[in-house]
Write a new protein. Sequence first.
Length: 318
Amino acid sequence: MQRLLYAYRKIPTTHEMSNNYTLLEVLGSGSYGEVFLAENGRDHCHVAVKRIPSGKGLETSTLREIGALLKLKDQKNIIALKEVILEPTKGYYYLVLELMPLTLKTYLSDFPSCCYPAEQTVQNFARQIITGVDFCHTNGIIHRDLKPANILISRDGEVKIADFGLARRYDQGKTLSPEVFTLWYRAPEILLGANYGRQADLWAVGCIFAEIATKRVLFAGDSQISQLREIFRVLGNPTEATWRNFILRSNSLFPGITFNGNSKKLLAKELCVNFLYYDLIDDILKCDPHLRLTASGCLDHDFFSCEFSTDRPMHVSG
């Protein structure tokens, strides 16, 4: 751990939490611990502090998060790690992060039911998200937990990707754990037990892009199998022609599975958005990961070169 931090001298490491920061209120909690709003006693600025129980030592997820944030430092669409505080004798480790007031999930839920984000806002958020993901992939990092709750937004519309506890370096051909991504944003190849790579992040991005416009989860299953059914309901039932590299009927996780629902693609009806945005999402949400747009390919899409309205909503409610 000390060697990891020593390699990046720009990240201060101290052993005195109470002398430097005052914890003000809990912003969130999870299996990792708690996130606090805190005040820096040196400059009186507010920061976010993730407090992690030390237990038997630093968990793999914490080490991965620190390592990823160090690797990705100084990119404007990745949350900044300001300081690491080690107080194992007092029962905690602390990650001091820049403070962002909103998650994308909160931003969307706060909209009145009859209102939707404007075209230009959707384009702005989408561009910043995919720019951050592209930076991760360019530096060999897969996030593996992209979802609206892990996308942070400032009051002036700056977007940052956070929560790198499941992130890891990507080595092509290496088998990765299937216990990743929240179910609604989990790619078909993971649901079906196949190996995966960076394109699994892109599947989650496509789901997030749809949600930004519609304020609705695109594929809201409640189990692995119902998640697959939701995906195929919207995108059409898979065939050997549409999924070249995976024969569904040979899958050992769901032997004998059949999908007898509508084989017609319903994505356009579900989204009801500008054609260019639909085309971008359609190019991302391919069941065959080899056919999905890459992050850099998304940035080259025509959607990001057009000018959009600041008040017309991207989604037109039926």
